[in-house]
Design a protein around this ligand. Sequence first.
Ligand code: FMN
Length: 192
Amino acid sequence: MTPLDALDARRSVPAKQLGEPGPDAPTLLRMLRSASRVPDHGKRVPFRFLRIAGDARRALGEALAARTLELDPDAADSVVEKDRQRFSHAPLVIAVIAVLDAEDGKIPEIERLLCAGSVCFALLQAAQALGFGASWLTGWPAYDARILGLLGLGAQERIAGFIHIGTPKLEAPERERPDATALLTDWVSNRA
Ligand SMILES: Cc1cc2nc3c(=O)[nH]c(=O)nc-3n(C[C@H](O)[C@H](O)[C@H](O)COP(=O)(O)O)c2cc1C
């Protein structure tokens, strides 16, 4: 497969369709090595990885369920159960954390966030290249201060994405893709 074929073949596998086995530790590190090779203005490395695997997935799910009930004591059982299971489908979830150092006035925050987002995309590509399926998800847990504290994020850190990784249980259907032709315009100078 050429590099272009690999880009064209990328697609998400829904977290519920990701099963065992997940990547072992050396394979994960291989993926993270590729994912870390992103463009990085000022070489700030504005990202880090947090592994959520094994029993930690279930512990996090329990915390999410409790938080949902705390925010809405009348939450439907199905909602609470969805949150309980959120991190338990795929064998492995890597939280890609954007490190947005406010002291760093030279590199705009958006550029550090874009860098961390690029890591998420590269990690999806690396997982698929190694025969795994993956999905880039966020959802409310990525934006809830209590959950972010539980995950150990600092005040200047954000979740760029939770990358769920495992073995696809079925071939994910392709979805309609944007028409690049329709997205492309030419800039033309108005100056005479
Ligand atoms: C920053 C970000 C967050 C996302 N969060 C979610 C999410 O919480 N739930 C979801 O269903 N899809 C989410 N998606 C979309 C999926 O990752 C995926 O792109 C989508 O299902 C389309 O599939 P594709 O990757 O094959 O194009 C998110 C995408 C991005 C870029």
